[in-house]
Design a protein around this ligand. Structure first.
Ligand SMILES: Nc1ncnc2c1ncn2[C@@H]1O[C@H](COP(=O)(O)OP(=O)(O)OP(=O)(O)O)[C@@H](O)[C@H]1O
Ligand code: SF4
Ligand SMILES: [Mg+2]
Length: 385
């Protein structure tokens, strides 16, 4: 995409979100940072769906929140429709929020259980001056419910009276209620049964067409983003490893991390499945509070070279390979050589990770003992992809 593309609705430029790690009750000393988002550049064109995928803890939600300025970026710019969101304050920012809405992963916890659907939906409309009260809003509310496939009677019910899929429809209706231009959908179907995931994904597609929406859809599941995304960004430890149209990314992944992720996705065709190169990633996902030097993927990369990989951080750049479009970007020093087979994959020596480097803090600055993405109950090291 050219820099002067008028079609760009959202431009994320050099965005970083670093959370301070504090220790000490009295002095509240900053002893380090969680580099949750560490230099992301991406553009989303009007009317398109940009899919953002990556392992648990790689910074997807933080980036989504930074775009909406729910988490102000430590550095960088978020230009939405020509306006730098981070420069807006108070009333101006509040008004801009009408254009940018979010659909959350867990519809139950994101909907106030004490509010009826009507009250949930009217809230934003009142805040943005689209309706004085519920009575005035009612015709629009019926339209919204019908658009998301719920009956009008749903208005008088409460979130717990619905199934997970229906609740997510309410979450989507709430985002739509203020006529946004852009929606960040953060793992919109990951809390839903597989049987209803496709319905909700299809609904998002239908609504996009009907209301001319632009989406950033966050997912840890490549299968989810594949079918709805025009373009996909693959994120690893706070930065994009690769970005391409959905078709190109699946046809010819270039970054070793993308290759590994895709090699883990089953393909229904047994011939393709048998001939596919399987790449198993060894080694743990490093902590974003102590990211590896150079290429962040070098501790797990089967193609890692003795030069550059562990000293020089690769930029996201257009690849120089015949037949590859200019919008296929990759952050790997050796992408061309890997593609042409001039560099072969090798065994990766497991690199021990110092468990103390996993220290992270919660929203209140309290140290957490578990590594990021770990389910404390099961000890599962993150669901990965
Ligand atoms: N408020 C915060 N304070 C400190 N660290 C945070 C905060 N929010 C997120 N983090 C850390 O930032 C990193 C990125 O988190 P984020 O939630 O953006 O990841 P994610 O890719 O959305 O993961 P998941 O797939 O599990 O939702 C994680 O290590 C997380 O622990
Ligand atoms: S720069 Fe080096 S370590 Fe990073 S992905 Fe490329 S080959 Fe692997
Ligand atoms: Mg998340």
């Amino acid at each position: 995409m050219s820099e002067h593309d008028d079609d760009v609705l959202l431009s994320v430029e050099g965005v970083k979100v670093h959370f301070p790690i504090k220790r000490g009750v009295i002095f509240d000393k900053t002893i380090g940072y969680v580099y949750a988002v560490d230099g992301v550049d991406l553009k989303v064109r009007r009317g398109e769906t940009y899919g953002l995928v990556g392992e648990s803890g790689c910074g997807k939600s933080t980036l989504g929140r930074a775009i909406l300025n729910l988490e102000p970026p430590t550095e960088g710019h978020v230009i939405f429709d020509g306006v730098d969101i981070a420069s807006l304050k108070g009333e101006e920012l509040r008004r801009k929020r009408q254009d940018l809405q979010m659909v959350f992963q867990d519809p139950l916890s994101s909907l106030d259980p004490r509010q009826s659907v009507e009250s949930l939906l009217v809230e934003g409309m009142k805040a943005h001056g689209l309706a004085k009260d519920a009575k005035e809003a009612r015709p629009r509310l019926r339209e919204l419910l019908s658009a998301v496939g719920l009956p009008a009677q749903a208005l008088n019910k409460y979130p717990h009276e619905f199934s997970g899929g229906q609740r997510q429809r309410i979450g989507i209706a709430r985002a739509l209620s203020v006529n946004p231009k852009f929606i960040v959908a953060d793992e919109p179907v990951s809390a839903l049964d597989v049987s209803v995931q496709a319905q909700v994904i299809n609904l998002l597609g239908d609504l996009q067409e009907e209301f001319g929406l632009t989406y950033l859809v966050v997912a840890h599941d490549l299968a989810v983003v594949r079918h709805i995304s025009d373009r996909i960004g693959v994120m690893y430890l706070g930065a994009l490893a690769e970005e391409a149209s959905a078709a190109d990314l699946y046809r010819a992944p270039l970054h070793p991390y993308t290759k590994a992720l895709l090699s883990a996705v089953p393909i229904p065709d047994p011939d393709v499945e048998d001939s596919r190169e399987q790449i198993l990633l060894t080694g743990d996902l490093p902590s974003p509070s102590n990211p590896p030097t150079g290429c962040r993927f070098h501790t797990r990369c089967p193609w890692k070279q003795d030069t550059r990989c562990d000293t020089e951080r690769p930029q996201l750049r257009v690849v120089e390979i015949d037949g590859f479009p200019a919008d296929h970007r990759v952050a790997c020093h050796w992408a061309e050589q890997i593609y042409h087979g001039e560099i072969q994959p090798h065994e990766v020596d497991p690199i021990a990770i110092d468990p103390s480097s996993f220290d992270v803090v919660d929203d209140h600055g309290t140290m957490l003992a578990e590594p990021p993405g770990v389910d404390p109950a099961s000890g599962d090291p993150g669901r990965g992809l």
